[in-house]
Design a binder for this molecule. Sequence first.
Ligand SMILES: [Mg+2]
Length: 316
Amino acid sequence: MGQTGLCKCAETPMEEPTPAIQNLMASAPPGKTETEPKTVGDFQRQVSGVPFPQDEFQRQVSNTMDLCTRPVGEACTTTYRLKFQDTSGTMISPWHDIPLATSEVGVFRILVEIPKMSRSKFEVSTKEEGNPIAQDVKKGKLREYHGPIFWNYGMFPQTWEDPEHEHPDLKVKGDNDPLDVVEIGSEALECGAIVKVKVLGVLAMIDDGELDWKVIAIRVNDSKAHELNDINDVEEKCPGTVSGIREWLRWYKTPDSKPLNTFGYDERALDRTQAMIVIAETHEAWKRLRQGKTGENKLWMTAMDGKTVNDKALVS
Ligand SMILES: [Mg+2]
């Protein structure tokens, strides 16, 4: 997490966002050039010598790669992996190479790990080469929830909860994983799907002394998306959803004799703006991790050398 932190009280007026956060919140990508570059070289020539936001760089360079998934190993065993690659077979990391930001305000990409109404605990393997999706293993057994999760669950690419950074209000450090998302749309999305979501709010979950933010969002193409723009809309139009998510997350580990999870900010779901700040801060933390300025080297970090995946290849 960066230095901005969250206000102690949701009603407190927000401070001016940092330039990086303004960049994520901008309605149009800044620094747009007159002619669209066709190659990475063209792009670099156009912007050389011009201060240029990293996200815009990633957006434009993204016109260089396609994306497909490839299952490897045997389904329902510890050998199964869902790998990501381009059409030439070059490995893509779904954590590092999928662009987080879109050109729309408050709309970001997520990677679905666990489909709605399923139980298998699939997740991006942060330590394995290429960061494939694998089913979590505990004491040699594939990990299953004790009951289904009622929403799609996944992560934001290009984010990281820094285990060295103590949150100024909550006094806990990050969980060393990408930022999590709960997608509340009506459809069950596939494991490995990359979709655009509208951010609605965030819960500050604390799991065993670690900060584990849960962003609440809805797929932009969901039939309900046009009705939901902030956390209050969720409370009003989908009553019981926020408390349902909170209680599910509070209790889900207790059948394994683990304590209840807790939540900061008096257990409230914070609003869309504060969720966007969490996304921006965890994106900044990921950038520092990529630059080798922080973090442990056990995480698999090598990726596509600044390239990101083609927008057109990303289904929403
Ligand atoms: Mg997490």
